[in-house]
Write a protein that binds this ligand. Structure first.
Ligand SMILES: [Zn+2]
Length: 341
């Protein structure tokens, strides 16, 4: 365990769902795509799907793809989403928003520049790097899956800390911004895992999936809000969170600070076998995002654990199995193309 892990595990706190910030520098992914020990057996009638890494364009890609996906998991070691207190990236003094781009499909519009310290001007002016990061995102996430992304933001807080975030427009719940820290974007495999996590928020927290108002929600579990009937996140909540909701909600309701951080860490350690990562324990929205990332990157698990069940959860939806196939193919073709960085 790295010293930073101990430090940061007790720093788990919450922001509102509007800005979901995902820093680097936390060892939460396991070093290998293994799963927690058995705690809750799954029913024996759970179907085991056949692992298909996706329709790569050629045999060489298909052969290399599983290993490539595993290498993304390995590269993610030390890079995992972690929210911090205070309402997101823009509320931290160390975070500098550098450039905002309007987005139209795959295309970035004209940049609008924010005031930034002189030592960050190189990052701010590096339009080629901004475009490269955006192209990476659009190359791995199909266009029809991201119509809600209407802004792309380049920021930095220096090395580590935040890596990426998604932020929902408070005035239009169908519009989201994708934010990436240019200082941390050079490790494309770590960035890939984080972008998969961010995309999970777009997939599960968009306006078609959730209510963001208290009055629609008998149980408030998305800080604030809840999933609409038959939404992915509500199915996930009903399956995995009902039994631990009261305990989590009591911690979640505490005012931000050291006591709450410690209680949230205790909640994780109490229920460690329920979660694929510590960050997943911070709320259902992060749990489903972390589980989605594993769903994309690892073969279907055969272990009978809650973590395995969370990965298998997505196989219940044929459209998500199809999407997994497409994303894995895109990932593999990107990384196996020597022309890409
Ligand atoms: Zn997240």
């Amino acid at each position: 365990m790295s010293p930073k892990r101990t430090l940061l595990l007790v720093a788990l706190t919450f922001v509102t769902v509007a800005c979901i910030c995902c820093p680097t520098n936390l060892v939460l992914f396991p070093p290998t795509p293994t799963l927690p020990p058995t705690d809750t057996p799954v029913s024996t009638d759970t179907p085991t799907p056949i692992f298909t890494p996706g329709p790569c364009s050629d045999a060489a890609c298909q052969q290399a793809c599983p290993g490539l996906l595993a290498s993304i998991v390995s590269a993610s070691e030390g890079y995992s989403p972690l929210k911090t207190s205070g309402g997101g990236t823009e509320s931290k003094d160390s975070v500098h928003i550098l450039v905002r781009y309007p987005v139209d499909g795959d295309t970035l519009g004209n940049a609008s520049f924010h005031a930034a310290p002189a030592d960050l001007e190189a990052y701010q002016q590096d339009a080629a790097a901004h475009q490269s990061i955006w192209d990476f995102f659009t190359s791995i996430i199909p266009a029809e899956q991201r119509p809600m992304v209407n802004e792309f933001v380049i920021f930095t807080d220096g090395d580590y800390e935040y890596l990426a975030a998604v932020e929902r427009d408070s005035s239009d719940l169908n519009h989201w911004a994708l934010k990436v820290d240019i200082a941390d974007a050079g490790d494309h495999k770590a960035l890939a895992a984080t972008l998969l996590h961010e995309f999970a928020h777009l997939l599960t927290l968009n306006n078609d999936q959730v209510y963001a108002a208290y009055y629609n929600c008998p149980v408030d579990y998305i800080n604030p809000g809840c999933g609409r009937a038959n939404s992915y996140i509500d199915e996930f909540y009903q399956t995995f969170w009902v039994d631990i909701y009261d305990e989590w909600a009591a911690v979640n309701a505490l005012p931000e600070g050291k006591v709450r951080d410690q209680k949230m860490a205790e909640f994780y350690y109490t229920h460690q076998t329920h979660f694929l990562t510590a960050y997943a324990s911070t709320e259902p929205a992060e749990d489903i995002a972390e589980s989605w990332t594993y769903f994309i990157l690892v073969p279907p698990p055969t272990a009978h654990t809650t973590g395995a069940r969370k990965i298998m959860f997505f196989y219940e939806f044929s459209e998500l199995v199809q999407l997994r196939s497409e994303i894995t193919a895109r990932l593999c073709e990107y990384f196996l193309n020597p022309a890409n960085p």
